[in-house]
Design a protein around this ligand. Sequence first.
Ligand SMILES: N[C@@H](CCC(=O)N[C@@H](CS)C(=O)NCC(=O)O)C(=O)O
Length: 211
Amino acid sequence: MKLYSYFRSSAAYRVRIALNLKGVAYETASIHLVKDGGHNKRPEFRAVNPQMRVPVLVTPANDVLIQSLAIIEYLEETHPEPALLPKDPIGRAKVRALAELIACDIHPLNNIGPLRYLKNDMGQEQSAIDAWYRHWVITGFEALEALLAPSRYACGDKVTLADVCLVPQVYNARRLKVPLDNFPKIVGVDAACATLPAFERARPENQPDAE
Ligand SMILES: N[C@@H](CCC(=O)N[C@@H](CS)C(=O)NCC(=O)O)C(=O)O
């Protein structure tokens, strides 16, 4: 498998964790999202993913998959063990809800593209952009904290898709200095995941393109 990735991309980080958890070998093709206005905007990458975003997973049969949650569901179906979704429909819906709270409601608002638009096209000051970023992370984390049961991982004693999404978002929040004191359950889940080699290997600083 080939993963188009950027070391700091939260969405690519999710896929790296899932690949590692499932023991799927892959090579990294790094796409720098910042240099020269973003190498993701180059025609050669646009030809791979017209959305010009990472991650992109290319399968051994040369299928080109985009969108981290769709890629992880593909991995779940092709490599069922260890399962990242519970067997029962209610459990699956609950795990997916937490994953989507992060991936669909928090992450898009603090993604590099919209932040760059706020700065370059809307003329916003960096302080206003930082406040925007913090606002949406904190609002999302308040809901997430309330939804987490007190357990080792986000949805019980097994790692699920919810953890795969939570850890990169916490990394991102820390990097942008969002205070996490009010989120002890989120911080606890992140700490539990950090003890697992699959999560450790997926960390941004452990990527071939880390800076
Ligand atoms: N919903 C997508 C989000 C992908 C995404 O936005 N990736 C970011 C990096 S985390 C990106 O490539 N941004 C480039 C840009 O917005 O210009 C997913 O889950 O894969």
